[in-house]
Design a protein around this ligand. Structure first.
Ligand SMILES: *Cc1c(COP(=O)(O)O)cnc(C)c1O
Length: 425
């Protein structure tokens, strides 16, 4: 029966059957993911109950937003879920990069050094930091930057770190997810060990974790293991697909106070910032986030197992532990990237009739292809795929608000590859 409805939207019996065969071997993995989701769901509900979330929290405010109960309570819910003293969570934080820029610029002063012990950070941070010369970068304000790359096997270079930390090293930035790089994603435990090491070297170092794409993939977050700040985007995991905008910074009261003064103005801090009627989506999205993240994680593992079976290199491999929702698949050619992305697009609830093509995206040195048919523009907790058109021709696959949609996306991508004569089953 299910194969009939799939046939109607273009997935052949043979592709469907291959999917079922691969899935049969993933059942125990999926069960473990459901257990993580169950744990995290309870954690979120407990934080909502403790803070007495009620209908008044969903009321819209405008103007200055003084005494905004919905906003203030949401921030307490985030702080209690992630076990931090304080949190800044609001629509005035426009995206993940903005949240990270606020966290950095609020806590670094001229003469300080920012240090990445895990190699080059995410693309958009290069301009925030000033690694690529940029107006208003930290470098322009006299904040220097240093980094220690990961070792060739992807592990942390503790000896290198010992040599790199000095008296001006004010803050460490630790990126959890591999993002669009080829390095492995760090587990929360690895991040915790790294933070412990850094604090032994320099007890007053501020440890900030770029938590993008990692939230709720494990039972603990970096803030449970010593991070002074964790930072992320609400159009990724913690927004649960419902948040239409926003970012979060959770951490120590000292760091978050400074972030609030940087985000609004010195003296105003967290007291201003109307919620603009977005509270229901932000609360409900956070409520859904553990299971949405589980769906996306299942999709990533299914994609990994399917493409591994078809002979492609996948990072991470299907059997590896997951610490984020990103799946890289090295497809080996532009034609294969185009076919794969056509499949993801064709599986979308929105814009399914368009065909993604490679284009010269500003800020990139090669053409980029992107597939997404999302309810929230650019949301990458919704099913999406993208990648630069250059060797090894890797696509980064992520998201899926429901496991069933994620599954359909993977099946459709395989179908398009098959139709283009790029694979045999
Ligand atoms: C997405 C992402 C960011 C930036 O978030 P935007 O919302 O796209 O600005 C930063 N770091 C990592 C690791 C990310 O995945």
């Amino acid at each position: 029966m299910t194969n009939n409805v799939y046939a109607e939207i273009g997935v052949s019996d043979s592709v469907y059957q291959l999917g079922e065969d691969i899935l049969a071997k993933l059942r125990s993995r999926f069960e473990a993911i459901d257990q993580t989701a169950e744990y995290n769901q309870a954690k979120v509900i407990a934080a909502m109950q403790k803070n007495r979330v009620n209908a008044s929290c969903f009321a819209a405010t405008s103007g200055y937003g003084y005494n905004d109960v919905g906003r203030d309570t949401l921030e307490r819910v985030y702080a209690d879920t992630f076990h931090t003293e304080a949190a800044l969570v609001r629509p005035q934080i426009t995206c993940g990069t903005h949240a990270l820029a606020v966290a950095l610029s609020a806590n670094l002063l001229p003469g300080d050094e920012l240090y990445s012990p895990v190699g080059r950070p995410y693309d958009t941070l290069e301009e925030v930091i000033g690694i690529r010369e940029s107006t208003c970068s930290l470098a322009e304000y006299g904040v220097t930057y240093a980094e220690t790359p990961l070792l060739p096997d992807g592990s942390i270079d503790y000896e290198g770190i010992r040599k790199a930390v000095h008296s001006r090293t004010k803050m460490a930035t630790i990126q959890r997810s591999k993002g669009y790089a080829t390095r492995p994603t760090l587990s929360v435990q690895q991040i915790g060990d790294l933070i412990k090491f850094l604090k032994e070297l320099k007890p007053d170092i501020i440890c900030m974790v770029d938590n993008c794409y990692g939230e709720f993939t494990e039972r603990i977050e970096p803030s449970d293991l010593g991070a002074d700040m964790i930072v992320g985007s609400l159009i990724k995991n913690p927004g649960g697909g419902l948040a239409p905008i926003g970012g979060y910074i959770c951490g120590t009261k000292h760091c978050i106070d400074r972030c609030a003064y940087r985000l609004s103005a010195p003296g105003l801090g967290q007291e201003v910032g109307a919620n603009l009627g977005l509270m229901t989506q932000l609360y409900q999205g956070f409520f859904l986030a553990p299971t949405v993240t589980a769906s996306a994680t299942k999709g990533a593992i299914f994609a990994s197992a399917m493409y591994e079976h078809l002979g492609f290199r996948v990072v991470p491999a299907s059997a590896e532990e997951r610490h984020d929702i990103i799946q890289a698949i090295e497809l080996g050619s532009e034609a294969a990237m185009v076919a794969f992305c056509a499949g993801i697009q064709a599986a979308a609830p929105v814009d399914a009739y368009v065909t993604p093509i490679p284009w010269d995206m500003p800020g990139y040195d090669s053409k980029v292809i992107m597939a997404a048919g999302a309810f929230v523009q650019g949301s990458s907790i919704e099913l999406s795929a993208d990648g630069p058109i250059r060797p090894p021709y890797a696509v980064y696959f992520q998201g899926g608000l429901t496991w069933c949609h994620s599954k359909l996306g993977v099946l459709m991508s395989v179908q398009k590859m098959l139709d283009a004569g790029l694979i045999t089953l």
